[in-house]
Design a binder for this molecule. Structure first.
Ligand code: SF4
Length: 450
C-alpha cells in the first residue's frame, strides 16, 4: 500500500476549468491511475434549489473530475452513482442538485443506487451492519473515486470520505442499526466502500444540520490516496483532533490504517494551519441540541441493551460528549432525526425553531423526570419512555426505530406550531413525479432480466 498522502489545494471558486487542472496535478503527484469502469461517488444527500445549496458536492467538482477522466484512455466507462437521502424518492435530489443535467451534458452514466441491480453481500469484518444489497455499479467498478462534501455532522463530528459510504446503501438497508451503532456502521461500510482516491469539495463547507447546512467559504480542494488520511486531515481542518472523531478511531482500531497526522504526508499550496485558523470559532448548531435556541426542551436517552453479538463496540459513543454521558446513549437514531427535522425547518424559515410552541421531546429511554404541565410531551421512537415522572397536558407518541425523517417532518411542525417544509407545492409535485418514476423504473428492472 502506498504512503498515505493528502494534498491541500487552494480553490476559491467552483470553476470547472480550475478544478480540472488541480485534479490533474494531484493525480499526477499521487501517481493515481484510474482505469476500466470508474465510479464517481459524490454526496447528493439532499438539495433544494430554494433553500438547500451546500449539502451536496458542487456539480462543478464532479464535472471537472469526469472531464479529466475522459482524457484518460485507460478509463473505459464513467458512472456517477449515489443513493440520496432516505424517505425521499430516488432521483429528486440529484435533479435538484443539477446532476441529471450534468450527466446528459457530459454523456456519462448517472445511477441512483436504488434503481441499480444489487447483490446481497455478507460483510466479514462488520460489527453492526453485517451485510447489505450492494449495487452492481459498485461491485463492478474497477476504480472508485469518492467525491464528498466536507461538512460538520450533527452526531458524527464530520462527514467526508468514510461517512459518504452511508450513501452506497440502498434505502431498504439505509436505516438498519442507524442508532447508537452508527459509528460502527460507518466503519462496516469500508469493506465494500473503500475508495482508490478521494477528492473532497471544501470550497464551501457546511455547518449546522448537514443535510440543510449553512455554507462557509473555505476555498479548499482536498485530494488523497487514502480515506482515513483524508478524514484525519479534513477533521483537523474543522478543528478536531483525529482521535475525537469516533468513526476514525474505530476504523484505526479495526486495522484500516493510522489517523496520526505524523504518519500522513500533507502537501499542497494551502497550509493546514492556515485552514484551521479560518475555521476557528466556527460553531455547528444542532451538534448539541441542548444549546439550540428554542422553547422546546429535549430529553435524550439510551437505546435498549442489545444482544452481545449486536452491541456497539466499546469506543462507539461520541467522544465529544453533548446531550448525555451514558455509554448507551442513542445519538444516531431518533435524536439525529429530530435534529434534522428542526435544522431543515429553520433553514427554510429562519427563526421558526426559536418561535416554536413550548413543549418536550423525549428520545430513547430517559432516566429522569419530564415535567411540562399545560404542554405537550412528544415521545419519539419505538423505545422512547420516561423512567421517572412524566407530567404533561398531552402525551403523543410516534413509532419507528429510528423514526423516519419524512414522518417526523409531517408531525413535528404541527405539534410545535412551526412551518412545515412538506407544505411546499413545488416539492409536493416533485415528490409525486419522482415516486411514480421510481416505481416505473423498479418495474422495468423486475421484468427485464439482468
Ligand atoms: S427507537 Fe430511536 S432512540 Fe430507540 S433505539 Fe431506536 S433509534 Fe434509538
Amino acid at each position: 500500500m502506498s504512503e498515505p498522502k493528502v494534498i491541500l489545494r487552494r480553490c476559491e471558486t467552483a470553476d470547472p476549468a480550475r478544478i480540472r487542472a488541480i485534479i490533474a496535478e494531484c493525480f499526477e503527484e499521487l501517481q493515481f491511475q484510474p482505469r476500466g469502469r470508474t465510479l464517481i461517488k459524490p454526496n447528493v444527500v439532499t438539495a433544494n434549489r430554494q433553500y438547500i445549496h451546500h449539502s451536496h458536492t458542487h456539480p462543478a467538482v464532479t464535472e471537472a473530475l469526469a472531464h479529466h477522466l475522459k482524457t484518460r484512455p485507460e478509463v473505459s466507462q464513467i458512472t456517477i452513482g449515489e443513493s440520496s437521502g432516505f424517505g425521499i424518492p430516488p432521483g429528486l435530489f440529484m435533479h435538484e442538485a443539477g446532476y441529471d443535467a450534468l450527466a446528459r451534458r457530459l454523456k456519462v452514466r448517472l445511477v441512483d443506487f436504488n434503481e441499480d441491480r444489487a447483490t446481497w453481500v455478507d460483510l466479514k469484518k462488520a460489527v453492526a451492519q453485517k451485510g447489505f444489497h450492494v449495487p452492481r455499479s459498485i461491485l463492478e467498478a474497477d476504480t472508485k473515486i469518492w467525491v464528498p462534501k466536507l461538512k460538520y455532522h450533527i452526531c458524527c463530528e464530520l462527514t467526508n470520505a468514510l461517512k459518504l459510504n452511508i450513501g452506497i446503501l440502498q434505502h431498504r438497508d439505509r436505516m438498519a442499526v442507524h442508532d447508537n451503532r452508527l459509528n460502527d456502521k460507518i466503519v462496516d461500510m469500508l469493506e465494500i466502500g473503500y475508495p482508490d482516491c478521494v477528492v473532497t469539495d471544501a470550497i464551501h463547507i457546511g455547518h449546522g444540520f448537514e443535510s440543510a447546512p449553512q455554507g462557509f467559504h473555505l476555498g479548499l480542494l482536498l485530494v488523497s490516496n487514502n480515506p482515513l488520511a483524508a478524514d484525519a486531515v479534513a477533521g483537523s481542518a474543522l478543528g478536531y483532533k483525529p482521535e475525537e472523531i469516533v468513526h476514525l478511531r474505530i476504523a484505526r482500531d479495526r486495522g484500516y490504517g493510522s489517523i496520526d497526522l505524523n504518519d500522513i504526508r500533507i502537501t499542497g499550496d494551502y497550509p493546514l494551519d492556515e485552514i484551521i485558523s479560518k475555521t476557528k470559532g466556527l460553531t455547528s448548531e444542532y451538534q448539541d441540541i441542548l444549546a439550540v435556541d428554542t422553547p422546546i426542551k429535549f430529553y435524550c436517552g439510551d437505546a435498549p441493551e442489545h444482544e452481545p453479538e449486536n452491541a456497539p463496540s466499546p469506543n462507539c459513543s461520541p467522544s465529544v460528549r453533548r446531550e448525555s454521558d451514558s455509554e448507551n446513549f442513542c445519538y444516531g437514531g431518533c435524536l439525529a432525526a429530530v435534529k434534522g427535522c428542526l435544522g431543515t425547518i429553520d433553514k427554510r424559515r429562519p427563526g421558526s425553531v426559536a418561535r416554536a410552541r413550548p413543549g418536550a421531546v423525549v428520545t430513547g429511554i430517559y432516566k429522569g423526570d419530564v415535567i411540562h404541565p399545560g404542554q405537550t410531551a412528544f415521545l419519539i421512537g419505538d423505545c422512547s419512555r420516561v423512567d421517572g415522572r412524566l407530567e404533561a397536558k398531552r402525551v403523543i407518541r410516534l413509532t419507528g426505530c429510528p423514526i423516519g425523517a419524512s414522518k417526523l417532518l409531517i408531525k413535528m411542525p404541527s405539534v410545535f406550531k412551526m412551518p412545515s417544509p412538506m407544505s411546499d407545492a413545488r416539492s409536493a409535485v416533485q415528490f409525486i413525479y419522482f415516486t411514480l418514476r421510481h416505481a416505473l423504473r423498479k418495474l422495468v428492472l423486475k421484468i427485464i432480466p439482468g
